[in-house]
Each structure stands twice: as C-alpha cells, then as structure tokens.
Design a protein around this ligand. Structure first.
Ligand code: HEC
Ligand code: HEC
Ligand code: HEC
Ligand code: HEC
Ligand code: HEC
Length: 263
C-alpha cells in the first residue's frame, strides 16, 4: 500500500512544468465540468483558514501564532508529514501517513437511525485527521514531526484547541463572538450523531442500497466529490486545499447532496 500518495503527487507536480502540465491536462480530462482555471493547486490553502502560518496576517492582529499556538513556518505540516521526516512516519500514537496523533477512535458516537442501512464502526484514519483538530480534544499545533522550518526557541507556552471553552487551552478564550468570531460551530466534539455519516462504504457502489447514484469512477464523481477506498469521509465533501468554495465544499451546496442521493 502506498502510504504517501499525497507526497508523491506533490513531488511529481513540482518536479517539472511538464509534469504540472500533464497533471493539469488529466485533471481537465477527468473533471470535464471544471473550467480550465479551476486546476487543483494545494498551495491555494496558503492564506486560508487552514494555513496556521498566516492567521495573524489574515486577522490583521498579532493574536494567534505566537500566542495561541506555535508557528511551524510550513503550512502543510499541520497535517502532512514534512518531506524531511518521511522516515519517521510511524511513531507511536501517530495516525499512519498523517502528521497528527490519533484520537481515541472508540470514543466517537457514530451516526445511527432507524432507516440507516450502512455499517459504521469507528472513524477511519483520514477522518481522524480532521477530528484530531475539530473534536476539540487536541491543540491545533500538536503535530508528530515539527519539520525543519521550526525554530524550537519559538515554542509557545500556550497551545490551544478548537473549543468554545473560556480557558487558556481553548481558542474560545478570544473566539467567544465578541473579542473574535465564535469558534463553537467548528468544534464537532466526539458525538457525531448530528453530522452526516462518515467512514461508511458508499452505498452507490454496486448499488448495495437503493436510492444512490453510481459513482463516475473509483475515486468518486466528476464534480470532485471524492471517495476514499470506496468510503465516505470528511474529505469526501470538503477539500481543505480549495478555499474558493464556501465551507471548503467540493461542489456547490445545492448540488452536493444530489451528487449521491437520488432524492
Ligand atoms: C488541514 C489539513 C491539511 C493541510 C494543512 C494540508 N493538507 Fe494536503 N491533504 C489533506 C488531506 C485530508 C488530503 C487527502 C484528501 C484529498 O485528496 O483532498 C490531502 C491531500 C493532498 C495532496 C494529494 C491530493 C491528491 O489528489 O492525491 C497533495 C498534493 C497535498 N495535499 C498537498 C498539500 C500541500 C502542498 C499543503 C501545504 C501548502 C497541504 N497539502 C496542506 C490535508 C491537508
Ligand atoms: C491542524 C488543525 C486542523 C485540521 C487537522 C483540520 N482543520 Fe478544519 N479548521 C481548522 C481551523 C483552525 C479552522 C478555522 C476555525 C475558525 O474559523 O474559527 C478550520 C475550519 C474548517 C472549516 C470551516 C471553513 C470556513 O470557511 O469557515 C471546515 C469546513 C473544516 N475546517 C473542515 C476540515 C476537514 C474536512 C478536515 C480534514 C480533512 C479539517 N478541517 C482538518 C483546523 C484544522
Ligand atoms: C488573543 C486572542 C485570540 C486567540 C487566543 C485566538 N484568536 Fe483567532 N482571531 C483573533 C482575532 C482578534 C481575530 C480577527 C477577528 C475575527 O476573525 O473574528 C482572529 C481571527 C481568526 C481566524 C481568521 C478568521 C478569518 O477567516 O478571517 C481564524 C481562522 C482564527 N482566528 C483561528 C483561531 C484558532 C484556531 C485559535 C486557537 C488555536 C485562535 N484563533 C486563538 C484573536 C484570537
Ligand atoms: C456529506 C457531506 C459532508 C461530510 C461527509 C462532512 N461534511 Fe462538514 N459540512 C458539510 C456541509 C454541507 C457544511 C455546511 C453546513 C452549513 O453551512 O450549515 C459543512 C460544514 C462543516 C464545518 C463548518 C461548520 C460551520 O458552521 O462553520 C466544519 C468544521 C465541518 N463541516 C467539518 C467536517 C468534518 C470534520 C467532517 C468529518 C467528521 C465533515 N465535515 C464531514 C458537508 C459535509
Ligand atoms: C458521497 C455521497 C453522499 C453525499 C455527497 C451526501 N450523502 Fe447523505 N448519505 C450517503 C450515504 C451512502 C448514506 C447512508 C445511507 C444508508 O446507509 O441508509 C447517507 C445518509 C444520509 C442521511 C441519513 C439517512 C438515514 O437513513 O438516516 C442523511 C440525512 C443524509 N445522508 C443527508 C445528506 C445531505 C443533506 C447531503 C448534502 C449536504 C448529503 N447527504 C450528501 C451518501 C452521500
């Protein structure tokens, strides 16, 4: 199994402009619905809400990096293993192939209802990555490998979590809706019963459950909605790297649900 598809792709993309052209072409071919200027570029994440090296600039105040969490000087390493640390990819407690520690997966309450037919056990790794920040349990700068751009002398004393609580471990200390915007809605917690089911095998594959559309390919749908080994994960609907879309969704809110659901 290739644990580092993202890194390989990144390296390949960077290697030559020819490689870039090729991948751009293949994107245009596989996502015919996309306009040519919508070629996917992970660097679009820079300056967005998931770029923890630029939040002060974005906010126009020296409030966050340098106060609430450590600036590691590389926006990608808050999620991806730094290239220089690829040998350290399986430290104890690490989410395999991601640069964050694994939350306790059996603590999540997964979706259920009387009409829900899929099997959902515990969140899969790629969704645990998101939850490691968005369940409010771990600070946003709690990474496994800090990477070579980090200056250990600049380690902060406070390391805050995405939590609406009003204490020195929570972004809610300022993000209470008056000092700064309320962060509570970004904290999903460990009770996922109010959220769309995740880590379930997509019912439209081989039509295992009626009412779902067949995907366009193994990776999902031509509009960008993505399956991961046939499973629905957080990143099925969200593309972290593309802040052009509202709520980082992969397609417009109006068409998102009907990508899969027949009604
Ligand atoms: C908040 C977490 C997060 C950050 C920060 C982040 N990524 Fe990603 N990245 C992901 C996730 C999740 C995936 C897999 C989902 C997907 O394919 O969209 C991914 C996938 C990728 C891929 C592979 C996409 C594919 O189609 O195979 C590349 C390349 C990539 N990221 C590059 C970057 C670069 C470069 C940066 C920094 C400029 C970055 N990422 C920052 C979470 C992140
Ligand atoms: C390293 C910590 C971290 C990880 C990992 C992470 N996020 Fe976030 N996410 C944040 C922060 C910080 C914000 C901004 C919170 C705010 O605006 O108050 C955010 C905001 C968001 C938003 C709201 C965007 C908006 O425009 O308001 C979405 C959606 C989101 N994240 C989804 C995800 C998904 C899906 C994943 C996994 C693929 C993920 N996040 C992984 C830290 C993280
Ligand atoms: C010392 C106060 C303070 C703390 C602590 C703090 N912030 Fe902020 N933050 C601000 C201010 C002020 C702004 C700008 C006003 C706003 O966006 O509401 C801001 C803006 C932001 C933005 C940019 C909003 C946008 O899209 O323009 C994000 C994302 C964010 N904060 C995330 C966080 C996270 C995550 C934490 C905890 C790890 C955190 N902040 C801790 C004060 C703080
Ligand atoms: C089936 C599609 C889908 C899946 C799967 C999904 N989301 Fe979302 N998510 C959405 C939509 C749609 C919104 C916008 C909701 C709204 O505007 O009310 C959203 C909003 C969010 C927000 C922003 C909340 C706010 O109001 O600012 C965060 C954070 C978020 N999702 C994180 C996640 C995480 C983490 C996961 C996995 C545990 C996940 N999402 C799985 C579709 C999805
Ligand atoms: C990637 C495909 C996909 C997308 C996109 C998607 N869904 Fe789903 N959804 C599913 C699957 C598969 C199930 C599980 C069905 C089952 O097992 O009964 C499901 C289940 C649900 C359920 C629970 C149904 C029940 O019987 O309890 C609701 C509600 C739901 N989706 C609403 C939405 C909404 C609203 C959107 C758009 C924001 C959306 N879905 C987007 C595939 C998707």
């Amino acid at each position: 199994m290739n644990l580092y598809p993202q890194t390989n792709r990144l390296i390949n993309n960077r290697r030559t402009s020819f490689g870039l052209l090729l991948s751009a072409l293949s994107l245009i071919i596989s996502f015919q619905l996309y306009a040519a200027d919508n070629v996917w570029d992970p660097n679009k994440i820079l300056g967005s809400k998931h770029d923890l090296t630029s939040l002060n600039k974005r906010a126009g105040a020296d409030a966050m990096e340098g106060v609430a969490f450590t600036n590691l000087n590389n926006a990608c390493v808050y999620c991806h293993i730094p290239e220089e640390d690829l040998d350290n990819k399986n430290k104890s407690g690490q989410i395999p192939s991601w640069n964050r520690f694994r939350p306790i997966s059996k603590n999540y309450k997964m979706y259920k209802s009387n009409t829900f037919d899929s099997k959902s056990g515990e969140p899969n790794d790629i969704s645990l990555l998101c939850l490691s920040c968005h369940d409010g349990g771990m600070s946003v700068d709690r990474v496994v490998n800090t990477g070579s751009h980090w200056n250990s002398g600049k380690e902060q004393t406070l390391h805050m979590r995405i939590s609406g609580n009003n204490d020195l471990e929570s972004c809610g200390k300022c993000h209470d809706g008056s000092v700064a915007h309320d962060i509570t809605v970004k904290e999903l917690g460990t009770n996922l019963t109010n959220d769309h089911p995740i880590s379930i095998r997509y019912a439209g594959l081989n039509m295992t459950i009626n009412g779902f559309k067949s995907p366009d390919g193994l990776d999902g749908f031509n509009n960008g909605v993505k399956l991961f080994n046939g499973y629905i994960e957080c990143a099925t609907c969200h593309d972290i790297h593309n802040p052009d879309k509202k709520m980082l969704l992969r397609t417009d809110t109006e068409s998102l649900c009907r990508t899969c659901h027949n009604n």
